[in-house]
Design a protein around this ligand. Structure first.
Ligand code: ADP
Length: 245
């Protein structure tokens, strides 16, 4: 009986939405009608891989910032892992943000620290036990293929390598969700594919992955769920390629 229940629980967990946007609008300027996002609703399930695409200025980064609870919606609700983000107190918000992995187009590594220190720093801020940090960092650097470069500083590395360090840092605390805002925006095609292959690998290991991108080729080849925004509105949400002009 308990086996049946646990199978059911597992199935329900798989189906449970991990990110919910419920009629979300965001206006940065209360005095105008200009909406960065307007009445957006979608669910992302645990373990999904989702692209968010759309022209520049259509609201993609705003969506990421809303999910990170860096800005609040003007209307609507956002739930992540069942939590209503509008109900989080200041201390909980910090903890919540640290529970999500994020990578950006411009890598955002600490320039005066080496690769090892950059990744270890993410563990230090969450108060991970000191003796476990070297093992966790080394595991992540192996995953991204950079264990041999652990002493290098960011300015001694290529863009592709820096993004792989940023990815190791984003993953070292084992986040349930990984957000990537234009992760290949500064990379050549080969490095872009290496990063995307890593994101797919991370997703196969169970992390929910949400990628904002302009990279039409990658979206077309990967054939994942694609959420498309234009002028702050959700215009398409389906599996497939990059259909937007
Ligand atoms: P995208 O990521 O698709 O390029 P953004 O989410 O950055 O789009 O921007 C959506 C809209 O919101 C744009 O019109 C942009 O000018 C506006 N916007 C974004 N951030 C701010 C901000 N901090 N203050 C005022 N307007 C902003």
């Amino acid at each position: 009986m308990s086996e049946v229940k646990s199978t059911l629980d597992n199935e329900l967990m798989q189906e449970a939405p991990v990110i919910v946007l419920d009629h979300v609008s965001k206006s940065y300027d209360a005095d105008t009608d200009n909406c960065a996002l307007s009445d957006i609703s979608f669910n992302i399930k645990k373990g999904e891989f989702v692209f968010i695409v759309g022209p520049s200025g259509s609201g993609k980064s705003t969506m990421i910032r809303l999910i990170m609870d860096e800005v609040s919606p003007t209307a609507g609700k956002i739930y992540v892992a069942g939590k209503d983000l509008s109900k989080l107190k200041a201390r909980q918000i910090c903890k919540y943000r640290r529970s999500i992995g994020i990578v950006f187009q411009d890598f955002r590594l600490l320039p005066d620290r080496n690769v090892y220190e950059n990744v270890a720093f993410a563990q230090e801020v969450v108060g991970a036990p000191k003796h476990r940090i070297p093992k966790e960092v080394s595991k992540m650097l192996t995953l991204v293929g950079l264990s041999h470069k652990f002493k290098a500083k960011p300015n001694e590395m290529s863009g592709g390598e820096q993004q792989r360090v940023a990815l190791a840092r984003a993953l070292v605390n084992n986040p349930m969700i990984l957000l990537a805002d234009e992760p290949t925006g500064n990379l050549d095609p080969q490095n872009s594919w290496e990063i995307m292959n890593l994101l797919e690998e991370v997703n196969k290991r169970g992390t929910t992955v949400v990628v904002v991108t302009h990279n039409r080729e990658i979206v077309d080849v990967m054939q994942k769920r694609v959420i498309c925004v234009q002028d702050g509105k959700l215009v398409e949400d389906k599996k497939g390629g990059y259909d937007v002009e």
